[in-house]
Write a protein that binds this ligand. Structure first.
Ligand SMILES: [Zn+2]
Length: 190
């Protein structure tokens, strides 16, 4: 029985590949096993919430409250004669209310836009890190004999509790400095 898959890389600790499995295969085949849970694929970050109707509604409510407060305050403090009335209050108070409404409405929106810009900046950074970690995870192999994981070319085995550190490291572990450690081609005769 022959399988035309690429040969598994050898474990850097025991230098054999008879107990080595691809982590992605292992997780796919037995997702409920404790080992698969430890070696699960990195979770993707959640995108930032989008400014929507709820934000506008919130901004409107805050603005109306501020406008009513401003009208009340102007009415109480104003000494202008009540000659020109609009909706039962002085027109200067109405003017103050409208201005307050506009400023608060724009201000609340600006705050949300600023917060969202910051959140999406964080998200982009998290997404880049996650993407790199996922690509590395696809290359991850597990040696059952040594109970550790490694990437092809890695010179030392990584314990299971440090798998996230390996996946999210800024630089992948460097392969051996000497070029003599290049992977050997299969030597079986036909
Ligand atoms: Zn091993």
């Amino acid at each position: 029985m022959t399988a035309d898959v690429t040969p598994l890389p050898v474990c850097p600790q025991c230098s054999q590949n008879d107990r080595v499995r691809r982590v992605s295969d292992l997780v796919r085949d037995e997702p409920e096993s404790p080992l698969a849970q430890k070696l699960a694929a990195p979770r993707s970050p959640q995108p930032a919430a989008v400014i929507g109707c709820a934000t506008s509604f919130f901004a409107t409510m805050v603005s109306i409250s501020a406008a009513i407060f401003a009208i009340g305050l102007t009415e109480l403090t104003s000494t202008a004669p009540r000659t020109s009335l609009l909706f039962g209050v002085r027109d200067t108070s109405v003017f103050t209310g409208i201005i307050t409404f506009l400023f608060v409405f724009v201000g609340v929106h600006a705050m949300f836009v600023w917060r969202q810009a910051r959140a999406s900046r964080y998200f982009r950074r998290a997404f880049t890190a996650w993407h790199r970690a996922s690509e590395r995870w696809q290359q991850l192999h597990y040696c059952a004999r040594c109970d550790g994981v490694f990437l092809p070319g890695q010179t030392s085995l990584t314990p299971l509790d440090q798998v996230l550190m390996l996946l999210y490291a800024r630089r992948p572990p460097q392969p051996a400095a000497s070029p003599a450690n290049a992977p050997q081609s299969g030597a079986d005769g036909g």
